[in-house]
Structures are given as C-alpha cells and as structure tokens.
Ligand binder design. Structure first.
Ligand code: NAP
Length: 309
C-alpha cells in the first residue's frame, strides 16, 4: 500500500504508463520539473529516466527519502545530492532487455542492409529503372560491444546465431566467452560493428571520439542504444560526412528530442527517436517495477532494484 499524498510524480508519463500508475496508486502530479515544489510531506518521487530531476526540486522537499526512476539509466538523477542525503534510488533493469536488444539488432541490420533506403527505393518506383546498390553481409564479421552489462550480455547471446565473432570493452572483464579489450579504441580497431551499451557516466562522456571512430574505420558501423553523451557528436558527424566510418544507427542523441539537424540529411545513418524500450509490454513492465519499488519502500521491505550510487 502506498499512502496518499506520499509520492510526487515528477514530469509526464505516456498515457499507457500513466494509466498503469493510476491503477496502482494515486500520486500527486508535478508535471513541470522546473516549477516550485508543491506543499506536502512527500517521501518519494516517481520519475522517468528521460526526465531530468533537478537537484533544486529535491532540495525543496526535505522529507524525500526515495526516488524511483522508470528506466534503467539513472543519469537523470542528481546522484551526488541523493547520496549525500541518504536518499535511496531505484531503476527498472532487466525488464527492458528484450525490447532494447531487439531494436539494437533491427537497427544494425537496417543500417548494414540499408533497409529504410531500399524501401524508399521501391516506393519511389526507382526499382524499374535500376537495381538497388549492393550492401554487406553480417555473417563472418567481428562485432564489438562497449558495455558487457545486462543489455550487453543479452545482446551478445542474441548475436551468436548470426555467425559473428564477439568482443567487448569495459572497466573489467566479465564471465563471458568473448574477447575482452580494456580500451574501447582497441575494441573499435578489432570490430566491424560497434554497439554502445554502457551507462552515461563522467567516464563514458564522449568516449566515442575521433580516435575511436578512426579505429573503427571506413568499413565499420556504429550502433548507439546507450546514451547520446557517450558519443562526441561533432566527431561522429565529421566521420560520417567524410566517410571515416561506413555508417551509424542512433537511437539516442545529445539533444533529445531535437537532435543535431546535420544528422537528418546524411545518407549513412539510421535514426530512431529513443525507442529502445518503447513497446507496450516493456513499458507496462517498467512501470510496474517502478511502482513495486515504491511499495517495497513504504512496506519497509528491501527495494527490488536499488541503484547503488
Ligand atoms: P548495466 O547492467 O549497468 O551495464 C552497463 C555495463 O557498462 C556494465 O557492464 C559496466 O561495466 C559497463 N561500463 C561502465 N563503464 C564503461 C566504459 N567506460 N566502457 C564500456 N563499458 C562500461 O546496464 P544495462 O541495464 O545493461 O543498461 C545499459 C545502458 O543502456 C543504460 O545505462 C542506459 O543508458 C542504456 N539504455 C538505453 C535504452 C534506450 O532506450 N535506448 C534503454 C535501456 C537502457 P561494470 O559492470 O564493470 O561497471
């Protein structure tokens, strides 16, 4: 049971998720995160990963003891402030792996086989005049995953049947049967397709820069389903415009929902609007896990998926 007037919902949730929240309990809505906090002794905040939680807002509500974010990324939270004040935080890991991995693989295939462009080719009638250009086969290629965590490992397992060699990078080696490179530049040097599946942290900020893209090379593809901040977008735009890499499939951008306009006119990109977890089943599961965490908090039970910040 979540007591009334105890949870502040910060920001909008899509209709389906809001219906699920409202079915479970009644939050107090604070739709504009930048607006002054409403009066009340709220103990918890409910928010989405794509909504930034201003530190200033949390400061205005000293009764807050817990923040439940709906999404696995928690770079939207003022982590240092939460830690300093002993405020617990939860996210929604695992339940979105299927949707994110399916999108990542779809984006990779769409980019490499130029599926969106080939569809436009058929629809425009161009097929009657000339055959579509040749593309490249995935089988036999080296695939790199920067971030061999929950999503990275799930993605690797799904990639195995595609007859590829898999390698990864990250802060430490994992118990997985793939080649480990401590440095992303070495991973990029040794792969044809580079997936980004790491979190947005100060360490991963602009981690994919000109040097990494140069290492990926003119036949290499980048697939970013992590966060826009992991890539130096100026370096990526330069690499795409000058064919330093073969192409990029991007679900996430530095500036969402208004990505750098230069991306929009490139013919070697596949762009999606941050839809990694955007399926009905997944969004319902994420919402329920966020609310389950709130319930656990109010029942003084262990949190189901606590963020150790
Ligand atoms: P996770 O289980 O925490 O995995 C992240 C992995 O990244 C960990 O293995 C971590 O290594 C590794 N890592 C940390 N720093 C790194 C670095 N500098 N280089 C390479 N790897 C590094 O998280 P997850 O559940 O897999 O989710 C990963 C991220 O995907 C989320 O943080 C989120 O930003 C993004 N995401 C995007 C969407 C979307 O809609 N596009 C949806 C869901 C998630 P250690 O274990 O050694 O720390």
């Amino acid at each position: 049971m979540i007591p009334v007037n105890s949870v502040l919902q910060v920001g909008h949730f899509p209709e389906l998720m809001q219906a699920e929240i409202d079915r479970r309990f009644t939050p107090t809505y604070h739709l504009d995160p930048a607006a002054p906090a409403p009066a009340g002794n709220f103990e918890a905040i409910l928010i989405r990963s794509n909504t930034k939680l201003p530190e200033a807002l949390v400061k205005q509500i000293p009764s807050i003891r817990m923040v439940a974010t709906c999404g696995v990324g928690y770079d939207n939270l003022p982590l240092a402030y939460l830690k300093q004040h002993g405020i617990q935080a939860t996210n929604t890991p695992e339940v979105l792996n299927d949707a994110v991995c399916e999108l990542a693989i779809g984006m990779m295939l769409g980019l490499m086989r130029r599926i969106p462009e080939s569809e436009a080719f058929v629809k425009s009638g161009a097929w009657a005049k000339t055959p579509f250009k040749l593309t490249t086969t995935l089988a036999g290629k080296q695939v790199g995953i920067a971030g061999m965590g929950r999503i990275g490992q799930d993605l690797a397992k799904r990639l195995e049947p595609f007859k590829v060699e898999i390698a990864y990078s990250g802060p430490s080696p994992k118990q997985v049967p793939y080649t480990y490179y401590p440095k992303i530049k070495d991973l990029a040097q040794n792969c044809d397709v580079l997936f980004l599946a790491c979190p947005a942290t100060p360490d991963t900020d602009k981690m994919v820069n000109a040097e990494v893209l140069e290492a990926l090379g003119p036949t290499g593809f980048l697939v970013n389903i992590a966060r826009g901040s992991v890539v130096d977008e100026n370096d990526l735009l330069y690499a795409l415009q000058h064919k330093k890499i073969a192409g990029a499939a991007l679900d996430v951008f530095e500036n969402e929902p208004n990505p750098n306009k230069v991306f929009l006119n490139l013919d070697n990109v596949l762009l999606t609007p941050h839809i990694g977890s955007a399926t009905t089943e997944t969004r319902i599961a994420m919402t329920n896990l966020a609310v389950d965490n709130l319930e656990a908090f109010f029942a003084k039970q262990p949190l189901l998926s606590e963020v150790h910040h």
